[in-house]
Design a protein around this ligand. Structure first.
Ligand code: GLN
Length: 510
């Protein structure tokens, strides 16, 4: 097996046993990026020299016998709305095309401290507003399973990079689905943590009451390892939760026996692609065969999640993006007066989707007509939260599809914003409720496109999500790599793997 085909956990074991050096690992991924990146366009900035330097430093420390984190030497890519000191951070916008932050986001600081070499910054929808990575000012990213299709968004570059084995680990951000939806469309595992679990410090703000940073990985075990590095209290983020961080890896092996799973009926609606419905149902049947108890549940107010999300999200975006005025950051277009300069800068610096949200949000925050929508949306958000509190009295976790359909063709929804927004119909409500939510691959469509199962847990129960996703990997034989990335198998219809508890050995010897 090639180094680039390995999971982060496998690489970490080889590195710890000194069977391979960090420089060798990083070199393998640099070559891989060189081979596939021209077709996939996952990165906005590629930093091979910096990554090699960081790898050399890790190798020197290991050689001297200094204590190292388990992921030291395992490379990572970072979504380009997460600040990296000295490294361009563009938000895929013309506004910030040349912006170099003076400081690291807390998540990035923690990764650097743990010795993870940074291979580059990944493409996204402009300011993380979108579901296909097509609103990037620079170029769209392609889905490694089918180059004519989108990787999802807004963390499309991160998802495609992990799927195509350009990097074993990626950081994404999720405001209303931007980690989970691209994870589903690219066949990787993506976690939106509990709001406040991972510091937002240094994440360029879109909608502050919804924004989160989270891991995108090939497997649940990698997600658990990665999450252990970035989770935790941060005094620099006033919404950060001051709660102990559990050992997510320890929880992985628990299996699913006795777990009560609520199948959310709104997340398997009749109008969804029948192949999505079949794959999700089959995954739940397999969990049932392994001892979980699955029953249907309804989250009735999620019918309103789309309008509620677009009202709250746009209002917060309009307010947050007010800082891009041509004075303080990034682009400045010429103008005879400060007003002219600022309006030219904002008019030319932002693309159409970002402008749409700023205009909508500005209206919603105006004190006459718009404001009542905003107040109403906040009230409905409270009802959505209440639905979860009710459901979690009966269930340990909730499940359903991550997206109504597999990956769509590039260009097919760019002129239809509502159709684009609808692709997040299953991911918005968890975001509004602030609960942790994970997408795990659960099969392929007839045309070979990945399908995602979404699992939702009560606040701070990320470990439970990794545990169920880990079990699912054992029984389904996921994850698989796209044909372009070679290696990997998926079960044929009717084939069964032994129950997950029999296959748990692999992790414990690490
Ligand atoms: N697609 C959703 C939007 O456009 C969610 C984006 C996100 O989570 N960053 O707002």
């Amino acid at each position: 097996m090639e180094l680039f085909e390995m999971t982060a956990l496998e690489l970490s074991r080889l590195l710890q046993k000194k069977e391979v050096s960090a420089v060798e690992v990083v070199t393998a991924f640099i070559k891989r990026i060189g081979a596939l990146e021209p077709r996939l366009k996952t990165l906005l900035t590629f930093t091979p020299a910096g990554a090699l330097q960081e790898a050399e430093a890790v190798d020197r420390k290991r050689h001297r016998g200094e204590p190292l984190s388990p992921l030291a030497g395992v490379p990572v890519v970072i979504k380009d709305n997460i600040s990296t000191a000295g490294l361009r951070t563009t938000c895929a916008s013309r506004m910030l095309a040349n912006y170099i932050p003076p400081y690291d986001a807390t998540a990035v600081r923690l990764l650097r401290k743990a010795g993870l070499p940074i291979l580059g910054k990944t493409n996204l929808d402009e300011f993380a507003m979108g579901s296909s990575t097509e609103s990037s000012y620079f170029y769209p990213t392609r889905n490694p399973w089918d180059l004519d299709r989108v990787p999802g968004g807004s963390s499309g570059g991160s998802a495609a990079a992990v799927a195509a084995a350009l990097a074993p680990l990626a950081l994404g951000s999720d405001t209303g689905g931007s980690i989970r939806q691209p994870a589903a469309l690219c066949g990787v595992t993506g976690l939106r943590p509990t709001y406040g679990r991972v510091s937002r410090y240094g994440l360029i703000a879109f909608a502050s009451s919804l924004d989160t940073i989270g891991p995108m990985t090939l497997t649940a075990a990698d997600g658990a390892l990665f999450m252990g590095l970035i989770a935790g209290y941060d005094p620099l983020d006033p919404t950060s939760l001051n709660e102990p961080v559990p050992d997510y890896c320890r929880e992985l092996e628990g299996g699913v026996r006795g777990l009560r799973i609520g199948l959310v009926k709104e997340r398997l609606a009749a109008e969804f692609d029948p192949q999505v419905i079949t794959a999700v149902r089959r995954a739940l049947e397999l969990l049932q065969e392994n001892g979980a108890v699955v029953e249907e549940v309804s989250l009735p107010h999620t019918a309103y999640s789309l309008p509620v999300y677009y009202v709250i999200g746009s209002a917060e975006a309009a307010s947050n993006l007010g800082r891009f005025d041509g004075v303080r950051f990034g682009l400045r277009e010429p103008g005879a007066s400060i007003t002219e300069m600022s309006s030219a800068t904002r008019g030319r610096g932002f693309g159409p989707e970002v402008r749409r949200r700023i205009m909508l949000g500005t209206y919603l925050l105006s004190d006459d007509s718009g404001h009542r929508y905003y107040v109403q949306a906040q009230k409905v958000r409270a009802l959505i939260r209440q639905d979860y509190e009710n459901a979690f009295q009966r269930f340990d976790l909730l499940a359903g599809a991550t997206t109504p359909d597999p990956a769509f063709k590039l260009g097919s929804k760019t002129d239809q914003p509502l159709e684009m927004y609808r692709t997040d119909i299953c991911t918005l409500d968890d975001a509004l409720a602030g609960v942790p939510s994970l997408s795990a691959p659960c099969g392929l469509s007839a045309s070979g496109l990945p399908i995602g199962l979404q699992l939702t847990a009560p606040p701070l129960r990320e470990g439970l999500l990794f545990r169920v996703a880990h079990c699912l990997e054992q029984v389904l034989g996921t994850p698989v790599r796209p044909p372009l990335a070679a290696a990997g198998t998926i079960l044929r219809e009717g084939e069964r793997r032994p129950p997950c508890s029999h296959r748990m050995g692999a992790l414990s010897d690490g």
